[in-house]
Design a binder for this molecule. Structure first.
Ligand SMILES: [Zn+2]
Length: 216
């Protein structure tokens, strides 16, 4: 079934269709563009890992993972399966789907080797949360040190704090700066930190300090 730019595989109820549209539109509005993506719905861990192997070559799933994006393809559990296969509840489905769709939009920029991993996870979390959080963040990781997925894991998978940091940047400097940064990331090979400084006229460490101060 095709819903706008989304090719969907699975049995799709009307309410699920609405959820897909909402998650897609959230991203379309943020990025101000449309892309074609595929979403595969699964019910069991075995199905999930089979599809995962097909889209990205690895067949492992951490017990908390309920969705995964690779390029423009997503594999995700049906909402009603979330609490059977993980500690996530069905209510988290909309957030997870919007987060994975953001990864598909971001895949346009993944050619850049220096895309920092806190940004790779923080931007989808910000877009999926669909609001600017005002809450305290808890202890903030050193974002400038989170470069690879391994660094991200070592920092305790700080999805939430990364999302808050992106929210802080959008709130303070506007969405356009994020889009400018993405375009620069796509078109040049300079480091993320250098490009960040060019776009924000501020170095990443200073931005990080401002964020920590603001959210204490
Ligand atoms: Zn993610």
């Amino acid at each position: 079934m095709k819903i706008k730019g989304v090719e969907v595989f699975g049995d799709i109820s009307n309410s699920l269709k609405q959820k897909i549209l909402k998650a897609y539109n959230l991203n379309k509005d943020f990025f101000s563009k449309s892309i074609n993506i595929e979403i595969l719905f699964v019910k069991t861990d075995v199905e999930f890992r089979n599809e995962l192997k097909r889209i990205c070559g690895k067949a492992e799933r951490e017990p908390w993972v309920v969705g995964h994006a690779s390029g423009k393809k997503i594999v995700i559990f049906y909402p009603e399966c979330f609490n059977k296969v993980s500690n996530h509840s069905e209510e988290e489905f909309d957030f997870v789907l919007a987060h994975e769709i953001s990864h598909c939009f971001l895949s346009e920029y993944f050619r850049h080797k220096n895309l920092l991993f806190w940004f790779v996870e923080g931007l989808p979390n910000y877009i999926a949360s669909n609001k600017l959080p005002k809450k305290k963040t808890g202890k903030s990781p050193k974002f400038s040190k989170i470069i690879t997925p391994k660094d991200f894991k070592a920092a305790g998978n700080p999805y939430r704090q990364s999302g808050y940091f992106v929210a802080f940047l959008v709130e303070k400097y506007g969405k356009e700066k994020v889009l400018q940064l993405l375009i620069k990331l796509r078109d040049t090979t300079e480091s993320f930190s250098d490009l960040f400084e060019q776009v924000y006229e501020l170095n990443l460490k200073k931005a990080e300090q401002d964020f920590i101060k603001r959210h204490k």
